[in-house]
Each structure stands twice: as structure tokens, then as C-alpha cells.
Design a protein around this ligand. Structure first.
Ligand SMILES: [Zn+2]
Length: 467
């Protein structure tokens, strides 16, 4: 029986209100004891955590992995085919990090899709011990078989806990509800048609009623399709200057309003994904004060960047919803502070370099975020004194755990030993070529940042260690 002692770190556990220097003992994959220095007895292994923060592993409600394809595009019947074989270079996480890819010019390297394994490796490198995998793959994860595939592949990767999210509607087409009960039985923790909204309000309501019956949250991508149609970047002076169709902020505001109304009507726990506008924040604030069962998340790029980043048409800054105005960013920061926005989620969206090399209007939206999230949150929230460390940790751990209704997100006795060890002072430069992710579309490349994940444990096992 292995006893692992994390000694001398600053333990921050918002769920139990703990913030103190203490030792943490892990036994049988769970938190076994917490006590003053040297009080917990002998351990088989001791990890020196002096000068480090010891926090619950982060939980990300919003991650895109690019697996399957386990159906072929022409497969009209929903048959599970053979999974794509995984060659050593297309997915298994490299212990040495991503340096192997840095050496290869993009032109020679076929772009590799983010697999469940490479995404899980990126997650633990960023301090995330649980990630929710969104179902807008091609084809989408809308069946018990597809959900089961995720559960099996995640177990094989044996890194972060990868929790599958099932589609709300069949084929993510918005016309018929998917079989939510079957997906739930197969292991889906939430439902979402992320990537787009469910335009048909009657179908949406049916989905939410069923999710409520199953006790599972709905993760809602709020965007009115008609209002958003054709938009490429945020609607405003920059879009006009670049001659690009704008995406009106109202498309989000209107859709959040509708989702909140349906949450109130159905009793479904509705979670609003990637809030990006001041208008949506206002709607959320009103809904929450009226007691509607709604929660929300913001992504690092929406807190740290404005639409101005797109002035040179660099597609790495194209994302959905788009980067917004400074006004919107300020409103989001306030909302994260006053808990109108409960959770921080990366919306990690890997894309191949060849895809992102297209023109701004044609390139797919999305940015990777798992391995840069922590220092970006620190730079935007903690260093400007908007949040203290425990408040930041709450938004990355216990708050998302509560949205999902899962155990975890805490260091309390008996909880799974999912832990991140952070050096809060480490200075480094964000270099996507060193990432575990298979993708490189990181908008924070070259940023000089502070704060680094040094070690990550899942179920008491060390699954990541920096140097
Ligand atoms: Zn989305």
C-alpha cells in the first residue's frame, strides 16, 4: 500500500475553505489525511512541495478533441467501424513533450488531429485532471456507442479523466432529440450541440426536459443562427475596416435569454458556454438573481484578448464566439469576479496548421488552451488583483465539479487524489512547439508569463511532471 506525502506546500482547497501550509497524505488513490508538517507519519514517497501551491486538479467543462473519426463520412447507417489505427506519431503522448514536432517544418509534417490521448496529455500538462470532451466531432458523438468509445479510449490513455458529452440532437442537426438516456447510461456527463445552437425552440425544450429528468446539465452554445449568419469576426469598426461580415453581439444575448427562459421553464440545469458579451452577462445576472438554475463559463481568450488582435487578419485569433470589444472584456472580468460567471473553461479547439493557413473568412474558428490557461488566468485575473488564488482555484475546480454533479474538485479527506502542484513564481515563455497537444494554434505564443504547473496527479498517480 503506497503512502504518498505531498509535504510543505500551500494547500488551497476552496471547497473546504482551506488555505494553509500543510502536508497532504495520499493513500489508495484518495486524499487520506491533512496535517501540520511531519505529523502524518511515514510515507513510501515524499514530494517536497515547499514554495509550491497544492490545489485540486482543474476541471475543464469545455474541450474539443478530434476523435473519432470512427465512422466514415459516407457511413449513413450508424455503425461503429474500426477505430483509426494509431501510429506512434499520431497520438500517444510523448514523455519528452512536443519538441519532436518543433524540429519538423510544417510543410513536411502531415497535420495530426488531436486524439483523446494527446488531448489528455495536454490536459495534465496544464494541471487539468478532468476534461469534458465536446461531441461536435465528425461524425458527432450522438449515440451510446460513440460515448462508449470515448470512455474506452480515455481509459486506455490513462492520463486525465476524459468525460464524454453527448449531442443534444441526432447528428447535431437540431431536428430530433438524440437518445439522451442511452448516452447517459454509456457514460455521458452532459449534453451539448456545441458549435451551434439548437435553433428550434420546441426541440430545445424537449432536450432540456429530458436532460432534467436524467439529472444531467445542458451545456449551451448560445448563438442565434439567423442573427449570426455569415459573420466572421465581431461586428464593429474593425469588421468594417477589414471588409468582413460582422457577428453581432446580440446573437449571443438573445440566445442566452432564450436558454435562461427554458431553464426556468424546464428546471434543467443550463450551463452557458463561452460567454463573450456584455449583453449576455446582463441577461445572466438577471436570471441568476431571479433564481433560474443557470451557470456560465468564460474562456481565457475572451478575458485576455480583444478583437483588435485580428487587425492583421491572423487566423490564430479567429474563434467562436469571436473576440469582442474591450467593453465586453471588462464586463466579463467583472462577471467572473462577482460569480455571474461561475467557471473558467478553455474551449480548447485544436486545428491543423493547414486549416488555419486559409484566409480569415474560410479558416475554422478555435484556439488551443489547455497548456496556457493557468498563466493566462493569472495574468488577467490574479496579477491585476481581481481575484485571489483561492477564488481562481474555485472557478477551476469545485465550481465546475458542481455543474457536472461529480465528486472531485476538492482536497477534502476521501476525495479522489486529483492534484495539481504549481510554482506560482516560475517565469516562462509560452511556446506551443513544446506542448503535448497535437495542435499549435495557440494565440498566446511568445507571451512571457508567470506560474507553472509542476506536477499533476490523477487518482494518486503522477501523470505529469515538469522536468
Ligand atoms: Zn461553442
Amino acid at each position: 500500500m503506497t503512502r504518498l506525502l505531498m509535504a510543505g506546500g500551500r494547500l488551497i482547497d476552496p471547497a473546504s475553505g482551506r488555505d494553509e501550509r500543510a502536508d497532504l497524505l495520499i493513500e489508495r488513490g484518495r486524499i487520506a489525511a491533512i496535517g501540520g508538517s511531519g505529523t502524518l507519519g511515514r510515507a513510501d514517497r515524499t514530494i517536497d512541495c515547499r514554495g509550491r501551491l497544492v490545489v485540486p486538479g482543474f476541471i475543464d467543462l469545455h474541450v474539443h478533441l478530434r476523435e473519432p473519426p470512427f465512422f466514415t463520412e459516407s457511413d449513413s447507417a450508424r455503425q461503429v467501424g474500426r477505430p483509426t489505427p494509431h501510429t506512434p506519431e499520431n497520438g500517444s503522448p510523448s514523455q519528452e513533450g512536443g519538441a519532436r514536432q518543433a524540429a519538423r517544418p510544417a510543410a513536411q509534417a502531415p497535420d495530426l488531429p488531436e486524439t483523446i490521448a494527446s488531448g489528455a496529455a495536454a490536459a495534465v500538462a496544464g494541471g487539468f485532471t478532468t476534461i469534458c470532451a465536446m461531441p461536435n466531432t465528425r461524425p458527432p458523438v450522438d449515440s451510446a456507442e460513440a460515448v462508449g468509445y470515448y470512455v474506452a479510449r480515455a481509459r486506455e490513455a490513462n492520463l486525465a479523466r476524459v468525460l464524454p458529452v453527448g449531442c443534444m440532437t441526432q447528428g447535431r442537426a437540431g431536428r430530433e432529440p438524440a437518445n439522451l438516456a442511452a448516452m447517459r447510461r454509456a457514460g455521458a456527463v452532459a449534453f451539448s450541440d456545441d458549435g451551434s445552437d439548437v435553433a428550434d425552440a420546441a426541440v430545445f425544450e424537449q432536450v432540456l426536459r429530458e436532460a432534467a429528468r436524467l439529472g444531467v446539465p445542458a451545456l449551451c452554445h448560445c448563438e442565434d443562427a439567423a442573427l449570426a449568419a455569415g459573420g466572421v469576426i465581431n461586428d464593429g469598426p474593425l469588421a468594417s475596416a477589414l471588409g468582413l461580415p460582422g457577428l453581432a453581439p446580440e446573437a449571443e444575448e438573445v440566445a442566452v435569454e432564450r436558454a435562461c427562459d427554458l431553464a426556468a421553464r424546464t428546471g434543467c440545469r443550463v450551463h452557458i458556454c463561452h460567454v463573450s458579451t456584455e449583453g449576455a452577462v446582463d441577461v445572466l445576472r438577471r436570471a441568476k438573481s431571479a433564481g433560474v438554475p443557470v451557470t456560465a463559463e468564460a474562456a481565457p481568450h475572451h478575458l485576455a484578448l480583444t478583437e483588435e488582435a485580428l487587425a492583421r487578419r491572423d487566423t490564430v485569433f479567429k474563434v467562436s464566439p469571436p473576440l469582442r470589444s474591450g467593453h465586453d472584456v471588462d464586463a466579463l472580468l467583472r462577471a467572473v469576479c462577482d460569480r455571474t460567471i461561475d467557471c473558467l473553461a478553455t474551449d480548447h479547439a485544436p486545428h491543423a496548421a493547414a486549416e488555419k493557413a486559409k484566409r480569415l473568412a474560410e479558416a475554422p474558428p478555435g484556439m488551443i488552451g489547455l497548456e496556457s490557461a493557468l498563466p493566462v488566468y493569472l495574468a488577467t485575473l490574479v496579477e491585476p488583483y481581481l481575484l485571489a488564488w483561492p477564488q481562481l482555484v474555485a472557478r477551476l475546480t469545485i465550481n465546475p465539479a458542481r455543474v457536472l454533479g461529480i465528486e472531485g474538485g476538492t482536497l477534502s479527506i476521501g476525495a479522489p487524489a486529483d492534484v495539481a502542484v504549481i510554482d506560482p513564481e516560475a517565469r516562462w515563455t509560452i511556446d506551443p512547439n513544446a506542448f503535448r497537444s497535437a495542435a499549435r494554434n495557440c494565440p498566446f505564443a511568445g507571451w512571457d508569463v508567470r506560474g507553472r504547473v509542476m506536477m499533476t496527479l490523477v487518482g494518486g498517480n503522477i501523470v505529469f511532471q515538469y522536468l
